[in-house]
Structure formats: C-alpha cells, structure tokens
Write a protein that binds this ligand. Sequence first.
Ligand code: KG4
Ligand code: ZN
Length: 340
Amino acid sequence: MEKDIKILAIESSCDETSAAVVINGRKVLSNVISSQIAIHTKFGGVVPEVASRKHIEAIATVVNEALIEAKLTFNDIDAIGVTYGPGLVGALLVGVQYAKGLSYALGKPLIRVNHIEGHISANFIQHKDLKPPFLCLVVSGGHTFIVYVKDYGEFEVMGQTRDDAAGEAYDKVARAIGLGYPGGPKIDKLAKEGNENAIKFPRANFHEESLDFSFSGVKSAVLNYLNKMEMKNEEINKADVAASFQKAVVDFLVSNAIKACKIKKVDKIAVAGGVASNSFLRKTLQEEGSINNIAVLFPEPILCTDNAAMIGSAAYFEYLKGTEAPLDFNAIPNLKLGER
Ligand code: KG4
Ligand code: ZN
C-alpha cells in the first residue's frame, strides 16, 4: 500500500483565515476556519487593510489548531499547500509568507494553489469517486466560471462573467435592501418567504452559443426598481425582491450550466464556491439535471465557502506531479485559472 500523503494547507485570500490537514486530497482531518465577517459587517463589505491585519493576528493559532485537531505535529506533515491568488494581495501575503516560513524551517515542500482550483477541488473531498473529466460551475464572491476540468489541475474556461460575479451581485442587492454583509445567505433565506415571479428583472442576452454571464444588469434593475418604488412612496416587499432577483441569477447560471454539459456531452456537473451553498441554486440545478440526465454534485456548505481543506485537496494533486514552489514566488492577486 502506498504511503498516505498529509498536507497542511493554508487559506487567507479574503476574509477567512483557515488551515486544514488533508490526507491524499480526499480525507479531511481538520479544517479550522476563523471568520472575520463580524468585523467587516460594520463596514458593509471586506476592508482589505483590516483583513490583512486580522489574518496576521489569527494565522499562528489557526495553524496550530488544525494540527491539534488532526492529532498531528509539524513533523508528521508531508507538504504545505497555500493559496497564492487570486484574492486581496495583503491578505494573500500573510498566508504565503507564513507557509514559506514553515516550509523553510521544517524542510518540507511547498505547493502553491490557485484559490479557484481549490474551490473546484472541494468536490474531490465531498465526492470520493469523482475524477476528471467533468464540468464545474464556479460561483463565488469574486468569480463566476463554467470550467471543463480536463484532468487534475487542467482546465478549459468555457464561459465567465463579463462584469459582476454572482456572489458580488447577491451582496450588492442585499445591501440595497438593507440586509447587510454577506448578502448571499441573507437573500437565500428571505427569498423563501417571497414570490419569485412577483417582479420581472431582465437578464442579459448574449449570442446563443455564448456561455458567458452578466449580472450587473439585473443588479441595476433591482436598484432602479427600489428607487422607483421609493419615489412613488409605495411599500417595497423585500422578500419578493429577493426571490425575483434570485430567480433571475439562478436561471442564468442553470441554463448555461446545462448548455455547457450538452456542448461537451458530459453527464456530470459539479458546483463550487460560496454561492454553491445557495438553496435555490441547488434545487433548480438538481431539477434541471434530472430532466436532462445530468448528475449534479455539490460540496457541503462548509466546503463551498472559503476554507483550507479545499486548498489541501488541490495541493495534493499538484504534489503528485512533483511541482514544488520556489521560496521566492509571490502572491498574485489577479491569478487566472490554469496559470502559474
Ligand atoms: O467562495 P467564497 O466564500 O469567497 C470568494 O472566493 O469569493 O464566496 C463568498 C460569496 C459571497 O458573495 C456570499 O454572499 C456568497 O458567496 N454566498 C451565498 C450564499 N452563501 C455565501 N450566495 C448565495 N446564497 C448563499 N447561501
Ligand atoms: Zn473563495
């Protein structure tokens, strides 16, 4: 039997400081997440400088907790994985520098991981038999992609947003209707009490073959609607706004996802990123998937939003290829999927 590979992974690209220990890319021994949401809520969104400082305060404790929970010491670890982009540069640098320090001090290999690749890899943890090729819909606060996962670490981007990311649109609309940050989960909850057909918000129309997205139009339509109602002194039904907005976004995501499966003739689509925990997206895509004989896979919610376990999974598949990062690599805030 081959030796188990234990990876200590670190994630600090946005507002979560996280460390995890993952075995063979699939089994999570620990996944410690220290969220800064409470601090950023006061400002209505993530303040980059505050995020960096909070990562510095948390990182040593979070890493130590991850080892304690996994019942391991630094000596038991085979390699260290770290997110180096995309994300907030100051936030990323905290994780990257910490990981470099550990790698140097312990003499263990360091593996750099693309955050989006990490989100996709959350599905390898959740679905133990999942292997490429498959399609993945990546929907987070900063990114919206339809990706064909050709092999581990090999991607073909088939479609992406031309403006706002799906999660970003959720957050902006939530702020406009006074729900606060982060808006996605709050809209998800409120929409359950509303009528998704109450207000018709328009959807961008691209060329029929395009798999791209656009969410700034629907966001602006919501803002215009709210303004108009205020000017007319009419009462706004926030639950209806939330449900109708959500329907416009989810319909767009689901129709492109199904279209991509048909183009690639694949019968399996995985979903990744914070918005993948949205209950309406989960329900709608499952329904459309079963109509079209496509299996729809989601990670559990804790593996959808930012966490280090997903980074540990992606790092493992890089480790198998023998790709070790030099100690002079840098954080790359606008790192593209599939680039180094
Ligand atoms: O993947 P993630 O944790 O961070 C990024 O890499 O961006 O995603 C965060 C995003 C936020 O925009 C948040 O509002 C959204 O995911 N989100 C949701 C839900 N939970 C988190 N959006 C819709 N419904 C949810 N249940
Ligand atoms: Zn993320």
